[in-house]
Design a protein around this ligand. Sequence first.
Ligand SMILES: Nc1ncnc2c1ncn2[C@@H]1O[C@H](COP(=O)(O)OP(=O)(O)O)[C@@H](O)[C@H]1O
Ligand SMILES: N[C@@H](CCC(=O)OP(=O)(O)O)C(=O)O
Length: 383
Amino acid sequence: MAGKTAVRASRNPVKTRADLPKARRIVVKIGSSSLTTVDGGINLDAVHNLVSTLAAVRQRGTEVILVSSGAISAGLAPLNLERRPKDLATQQAAAAVGQGLLLAHYTREFAVYNYPVGQVLLTVDDLMRRSTYTNAMRALNRLLKLGVLPIVNENDAVATHEIRFGDNDRLAALVANVVKADALVMLSDVDALYDGPPADGAQRIPLVESEDDLAGVKLGSAGKAGVGTGGMVTKVEAAKIASGSGIPAALTNADNARAILSGEDVGTWFAVQGRRRRARSTWLAHLASSHGKLVLDDGAVTAVVDNHRSLLPAGLVRVEGRFESGDPVELVDLQGKVIARGLVNYSAKELPAMLGKSTLKLRAELGPEYERVVVHTDDLVLV
Ligand SMILES: Nc1ncnc2c1ncn2[C@@H]1O[C@H](COP(=O)(O)OP(=O)(O)O)[C@@H](O)[C@H]1O
Ligand SMILES: N[C@@H](CCC(=O)OP(=O)(O)O)C(=O)O
């Protein structure tokens, strides 16, 4: 395992879409619109085709994690529901029915290739707390080590409105970070990102290298099929989460799955825009629920943002909220703008006595244990 981890932490071999066949580990996300219809439930041909494509990818030595939507939609027909329900309780019921059906089909289809599958259902909450995040990471890595294909979905049967992804795009980007994937491939019912919702005259965007390439692009809601939820907004957000943390992302439709995974010029490629981030940094940037705020003076803002320094008590003006040492907090400037998130080394009770004081003074006044920084640069992400 240690050897494998070392390989995975090394440089990402996937730089362009042509490199996709070199990926050691990928996350593939498929949307409801590619797998299910409102009236017909699960499209068995779609499941069959996806499974044969992913089995071939595994055969060539790439580990695969599948993030599959479709539970709610697959549960509609068995419950005689004519459209996607608006109320949460019925969505939960539909998901509970549909998820089982979906997994039954995947299990049977992958068994043809002697490829065992394992169901992993996650809620936002599971990824928000550091302990449960690490737990999910451990489970996924062990499944992969055992040669199992993890099939991930949101745990819709218990997720609540307040704390729910709702779409699986961002969940897939976060899972890609959890497992340190070399690429994220999103399969939808549209073959690429267009400069506007697909209609006569909309132009395919083959490559996104920076935010500039998205200027003027109109991102619409979910397609006509009536089963998807996020539309293009959440797909582009997911691509940004992935590419901003060192993982390139591709978007195309299910019919093009084999082509894109073979490195062909289809779909949209979102090139990497940042260094590969440690999973903890991605967690801090996108998920960690903040327990409080640290208000920084201008000098501390410069030190943290421009000079990538740790936050010292001397630059602290005020603290807000209730937190313990080790909790995630927001770092804000004097105007209240969030500049970073980090894990704080002191509790909210300890900090007021330390505001504005040098570490030397604190050592003399309170003892050597108060010499430590408030937020270490390794535990800090700029936003
Ligand atoms: N700029 C755009 N480029 C491509 N598709 C877009 C765009 N804006 C909106 N869409 C719509 O987004 C839909 C895909 O989103 P969604 O239905 O949520 O898919 P999924 O179920 O795969 O997650 C497409 O069918 C398309 O109609
Ligand atoms: N977790 C939900 C996904 C909801 C959904 O429609 O997502 P998506 O099709 O990816 O926009 C399900 O399985 O039904």
